[in-house]
Ligand binder design. Structure first.
Ligand code: T4K
Length: 379
């Protein structure tokens, strides 16, 4: 197989027609209102709540700030049990909120926090759980809820990869106390930078909405210590245009996933993503495969490097584990003995190019290249 003539990245942002975005910007210009809960903001908030079938959804400037605001809104304190197999934002948002992340191991199949490992990590200082629907795979809600109930702990779900995910017919955002969505440019739905929180109660939603605007409650009243977590009008206007493209984008991604599956599923040592039972609508955020060196004949790192030579830029999400980062690596919970599954999974995962604009023929070519590389090492 020939290398691609242009680099193929792991993702590309979904871009609406520039003229339709410009038309929306014209309305913003005319209004002279650029931030602080403007018309575009309120419209996007309403449309997203409708699209995701969620009663309470609040926009924020990005997913990381949304997690920080969630921690404040729930008054999280002390040790928060979380996964090391995630993006830096997950534990870092806890540290910025004055909490101490404590890492617990993940489930070998779903790659999400293991409820048993969470329970084993509970101490008198535990103040909550921050679980991640990694690669759009839903956490074990029942298992985590049971642990949370037993110890009276709040649960925050990091749903950065879980836009549109539904389990047993319910949107993922109905679980836990708060769920965060990221609308970064690399996400299925995006506002260039942005995020949202869904809340389990009106009281929590009110706190979120106060905190995201400095706790300002009137020209002469500030009711607490908040922050600037607001989404501006340019972001929101982009979001409205991107949201209108969502169904087409999902259909394109389904075709690409089907092509990958068709051509990769029988390669020994290559494990394809599988939605766990109960998923009634997948998130379609990433296509992450797992490479087992023994069966595949090549390690994940070797495959990553080999694909680069074909101008294919996959990503090793989420390697290295957050538990190895400066600031976290010396914590007792970061030891590899505490995180055997996460360490093994982080060595195996490779995220393939996956975005609507990727032509199906290109996905097929990528799959053929992977097949060839696998064959090249067979005895
Ligand atoms: N929790 C989880 C589990 C998360 O995954 C994230 C973010 C968060 C929380 C925090 O949410 P935010 O605060 O970001 O809203 C990217 C994203 O920046 C990040 O949002 C995302 N997770 C993470 C998994 O991926 P990088 O460092 O891998 O991005 P970068 O710049 O290397 O981009 C990846 C590829 O995307 C590039 O190879 C090319 C393409 N790209 C990227 C950008 C920004 C484009 O084609 N156009 C673009 O504008 O973090």
């Amino acid at each position: 197989m020939r290398p691609f003539s242009r680099p193929i990245h792991v993702t590309r942002p979904l871009l609406p027609d520039l003229s339709s975005y410009a038309a929306r910007l014209e309305a913003v210009w005319k209004s002279g209102w650029l931030s602080n809960a403007g018309r575009q903001h309120d419209e996007l908030e309403r449309r997203l709540a409708e699209h995701l079938r969620l009663e309470r959804l609040s926009l924020l400037c990005n997913g990381t700030m949304a997690l920080i605001v969630a921690a404040r809104a729930l008054e999280l304190r002390g040790e928060i049990i979380t996964t090391p197999f995630t993006f830096a934002a997950t534990p870092q948002s806890l540290s910025w909120s004055g909490c101490e992340p404590v890492f617990a191991d993940i489930d070998p199949d779903t790659m999400t926090l293991s409820p048993e490992a969470v329970e084993a990590a509970v101490t008198p200082r535990t103040g909550g759980i921050l679980a991640v629907h990694v690669f759009g795979c839903p956490c074990d809600f029942r298992g985590l809820d049971a642990v949370a109930r037993r110890y009276g702990l709040p649960i925050v779900y990091d749903g950065a990869h879980a836009f549109g995910l539904e389990v047993d017919g319910d949107p993922v955002g109905v679980h836990g106390d708060v769920t965060m969505f990221s609308f970064h440019a690399t996400k299925l739905f995006h506002t260039a930078e942005g995020g949202a929180l869904t809340a389990s109660s009106v009281a929590v939603q009110r706190r979120i909405e106060r905190l995201r605007n400095f706790c300002i409650e009137g020209e002469e009243r500030v009711s607490g210590i908040g922050t600037n977590g607001k989404m501006n009008e340019l972001q929101a206007a982009l979001g409205i245009e991107v949201l209108a493209m969502m169904e087409r984008e999902r259909a394109r991604r389904l075709e690409i996933a089907a092509a990958y599956r068709r051509l990769l599923e029988d390669i020994p040592g290559l494990r394809l993503p599988r939605a766990p039972a109960g998923v009634t609508r997948p998130s379609l955020q990433y296509f992450a495969v797992r490479v087992s060196e023994k069966g595949f004949g090549m390690s994940r790192d070797e495959l990553y490097d080999a694909l680069k030579a074909y101008n294919i830029f996959t990503r090793k999400y989420f390697h290295p584990l957050c538990s190895t980062f400066a600031g976290y690596r010396d914590m007792p919970s970061s030891s590899s003995a505490n995180l055997p599954v996460a360490n093994a999974v982080a060595r195996e995962c490779l995220t393939l190019p996956f975005y609507g604009e990727l032509r199906v023929e290109y996905a097929e070519r990528i799959a053929h290249i992977i097949r060839e590389l696998a064959g090249s090492r067979c005895p």
